[in-house]
Design a protein. Structure first.
Length: 327
């Protein structure tokens, strides 16, 4: 089997490359830019991945990548994926995260692979926006209303609907994974979960004395990225293309994340170490995200293996080792 992964330099791309390699795939990864600073690290960590230069905003490069890879499966994970960044760069977010999905689907079709290539589109819980919450206590599912609250969420919603349109219009196998927040040791430090665990490790090592964050009250449905990437693969193996929510079915606040993270280094009261900075607060915030993974569990047999405390413990342990503060 041959697979093409866009977003190979990201958290999910790394987990997926490992999973597919274990299953014996020939793997191709799309990497943006001739001098991408992540290229050397990707080549070192995943020597079995053949890298192809391309950009989701450049349709010609995507057609070329698809023609080279001739993929049986294409996982479109690439995006401008940081919500806060999307407010500062909404046009770029629309071009890459939204229209980039169209470019990928058109590349598959124009390359004559519409009947061969199964496509996975990375949709997101940010499309729900925390509003129109019509299933209190049960979480958003595949039938819930969308109301994105950021340029990122809006762009992802376009990608989600154009993927469904190509499924219905051209009979292409396109499955959309509506994934709730999934974190792990590969998460970038610009994301709040990794920002916290990395700072906690540095505080333990005496390398910094506080962490600056935005709002602490929003609640998210957090899971482990490795579990969710396994769900992506299961969607593509399913007999028919469809939409699936992957979530833990629990929601926790950033304050709860702080409780567990600081407890890992023996600190019960984190408040003296946390400063709120208005610069990290967004024009519009999603209050709560809670997903209902019943369909994925019932149809695909998917189940998360790492719970919320286990996720925080795993991430802190990784960062303690990273900064040399373990033990």
């Amino acid at each position: 089997m041959r697979a093409l992964i866009t977003g190979i330099t990201g958290q999910d791309g790394g987990h997926l490359a490992e999973l597919l390699h274990e299953k014996g795939y020939e793997i191709f990864g799309l990497i943006r830019g001739q001098h991408n600073p992540r290229r050397q690290a990707v080549e070192a960590e995943f020597p079995y991945v053949t890298l192809i230069e391309g950009d989701l905003a450049d349709p010609t490069s995507i057609v070329r990548a698809v023609e080279i890879a001739q993929p049986d499966e294409l996982y479109n994970l690439a995006a401008i994926s940081h919500v806060g960044y999307s407010f500062k760069n909404p046009t770029l977010t629309a071009e890459v995260t939204g229209k980039g999905v169209l470019n990928v689907l058109e590349a598959v079709r124009l390359a004559g692979l519409a009947e061969k290539t199964k496509v996975y589109q990375a949709s997101t819980s940010e499309m729900f926006g925390g509003l129109d919450y019509n299933r209190p206590g049960r979480g958003y599912n595949e039938e819930s209303l969308f109301h994105p609250r950021s340029p990122y969420g809006v762009a992802k919603l376009y990608g989600h609907w154009i993927a469904k349109n190509y499924r219905e219009s051209y009979g292409m196998f396109v499955s959309c994974g509506i994934l709730f927040n999934h974190e792990g040791e590969r998460r970038g430090v610009e994301f709040v979960t990794r920002k916290i665990t990395h700072a906690v490790a540095r505080i333990k090592a005496g390398l910094q004395d506080h962490i600056e964050l935005g709002d602490l009250w929003p609640k998210r449905d957090w899971g482990y990225a490795g579990d969710y990437v396994r769900g992506m693969w299961q969607m593509v193996q399913h007999g028919t293309p469809d939409d699936f929510v992957l979530a833990s079915g629990e929601t926790h606040s950033i304050e709860e994340f702080l409780d567990l993270a600081f407890a890992e280094i023996g600190i019960d009261d984190w408040k003296p170490y946390v400063q709120q900075n208005p610069a990290f607060m967004r024009p519009a915030e999603v209050d709560i995200l809670l997903g209902d993974p019943a369909k994925a569990e019932g149809v695909l047999g998917w189940k998360r293996e790492v719970d919320f405390p286990g996720l925080v413990k795993l991430m802190v342990a990784h960062d303690l080792n990273l900064v040399g503060a373990a033990g």
